[in-house]
Design a protein around this ligand. Structure first.
Ligand code: SF4
Length: 493
């Protein structure tokens, strides 16, 4: 599909709205073009008259023509207002053409809960905020309810982060095999090449942690939460997990840590011995991720375990004494139906974990589900919207509250991922990172440290190399980059 932008610079915003209706579609861009004589084009135009500015959208699609326009008085034609009006016209056109009612309206590129918290802190009343979401951004009442609940549930936690707080993220980019929807940089250890990297990786990771910890101590930073994620951290053997968690305990000042999560992840990697190591490491929270309780769907996405194995792992973890367990589920997986997804949600609720996180499937170009023609046909038909709605209704009815949320590109209708929990079991790290409340120092391949000055929107990032082999090969460079931490805090503390 070709997007033509004539006399305006809102190409990014226009593409974001288009992606909600056409996820995974490739868009071509043309500027100030008059070549309209073809199908599958979207023409957007800003035209300034003597007293008014006109924002026009014409969409030629499947042999039909759709159009809408907005008129703004020149005195009010500031950049943001024109951008919003153009997106509103575009939204009207795409809704008419596709028949889809996108629940997030034109709210793209904004973290809804963060924006609502911002408005709450500025003293706006809830009715005023709800009006702004509905009238300005065209967000549905149901999504406004979700954002309101989320923002209220995280409000107190947001206030508990201090000036010198930080969290630690440790990346384990290895998995037993690759799921076919995966877009993370995670190496499957099915082959010996990746398997042989694991031990050197553990050793280098421990060295990087020592280097980070030294700086954090010297700067007087206060460690609030630790998150070991991936990939699948339990791809490590019990000995390797012990080596890593011992290093964390030895190098970091952990007295101030309020939460310590280790993603156990996939049931095909979890053993009693590894759970014991995690328990003894002082971790307070783990994740055991079913994604779905439908065996056929699991097979279809390339997970090498059954739903029963997940249930067995969960029961084992409970028996060993884990009290705070998260389960990740995905709505919109190929082969899943609304009924089987509902059964998945109901099964998860029946197991009674403290946290259930519901993701809407995001298909990125790097995943094998992506095809050059856009989404696979079965995905197009997925009733993801209804699934996500069902999850919200069923979980909140059973006492789970939404407490953090985020949206990813290439998700049907830009649907959200939502963390639900029982009261008092909010995953702090998830809120800290999503709301960008304080610095996250990241170790390991693919890790991205975010240096954050409280109250300031600008985030300074330090990137580690993505793949384990690069991480090992250029390890000295990784350490060198970490010197930016001291430089950053040298200016503000
Ligand atoms: S377990 Fe997660 S990180 Fe690993 S391949 Fe599957 S989706 Fe990707």
């Amino acid at each position: 599909m070709t997007i033509i932008c004539n006399q305006h610079k809102f190409q990014y915003e226009v593409e974001c709205v288009c992606k909600m209706f056409f996820p995974c579609t490739r868009f071509g861009h043309e500027y100030d073009s008059t070549d309209f004589d073809r199908d599958d084009i979207l023409i957007t135009r800003q035209k300034q008259g003597n007293t008014h500015t006109y924002l026009l959208v014409i969409f030629k699609w499947n042999g039909k023509l759709y159009r809408a326009h907005k008129v703004v008085e020149n005195q009010r034609a500031q950049k943001q207002h024109c951008e919003e009006q153009l997106c509103t016209a575009l939204y009207e056109v795409l809704t008419k053409a596709t028949g889809l009612q996108v629940q997030w309206g034109i709210m793209t590129g904004v973290r809804p809960a963060k924006y609502m918290t911002y408005l709450m802190k500025r003293g706006k009343s809830m009715p005023q905020i709800r009006r702004e979401f509905r009238d300005r951004y065209l967000v549905s009442d149901q999504k406004i309810d979700l954002v309101e609940r989320t923002a209220k549930n995280q409000f107190e936690i947001i206030g508990s982060s201090r000036e010198n707080s930080y969290s630690l993220y440790i990346s384990i980019p290895f998995c037993p095999s690759r799921c076919n929807y995966c877009s993370f940089v995670s190496s499957s250890i099915a082959g010996a090449k990746a398997r042989n990297l694991i031990q050197p990786y553990v050793e280098h990771l421990c060295r990087e942690l020592a280097y980070i910890a030294e700086q954090a101590k010297a700067l007087g930073l206060r460690l609030e939460s630790i998150y070991i994620g991936g990939g699948t951290p339990t791809t490590f053997s019990a000995e390797q997990l012990k080596q890593l968690t011992d290093a964390v305990r030895e190098y970091f000042l952990c007295d101030t840590v309020r939460e310590y999560t280790i993603e156990a992840g996939r049931a095909d990697t979890i053993t009693e011995e590894k759970l014991q190591v995690i328990l003894r490491s002082g971790a307070t929270r783990i994740s055991i991720n079913p994604q779905t309780f439908h065996d056929e769907v699991l097979r279809g996405i390339g997970r090498k375990h059954t739903a029963q194995q997940v249930i067995d792992c969960y029961r084992l973890a409970k028996k060993l004494g884990f009290t705070d367990i998260n389960m990740d589920l995905i709505a919109g997986l190929p082969g899943d139906t609304l009924e089987s997804f509902q059964r998945t949600i109901d099964t998860a609720i029946g197991l009674d974990p403290t946290n259930i996180t519901v993701h809407a499937l995001s298909v990125k170009r790097s995943s094998s589900l992506y095809t050059v023609n856009g989404l696979d046909e079965s995905l197009k038909q997925a009733q993801t919207v209804k699934m996500v709605d069902y999850a919200y209704r069923a979980l909140t009815k059973q006492g789970y509250e939404p407490y953090y949320m985020y949206r990813q590109k290439n998700t049907l209708q830009n649907l959200e991922n939502v963390g639900y929990c029982k009261q008092g079991y909010e995953g702090l790290y998830n809120i800290f990172i999503m709301e960008e409340l304080h610095t996250i120092l990241a170790a390991g391949a693919g890790g991205v440290s975010k240096l954050i000055r409280p109250g300031c929107d600008k985030v300074q990032r330090i990137f580690n190399f993505k793949y384990p082999f690069e991480y090992l090969k250029d390890f000295d460079e990784i350490l060198k980059r970490k010197d930016a931490i001291s430089e950053f805090y040298g200016q503000i503390l």
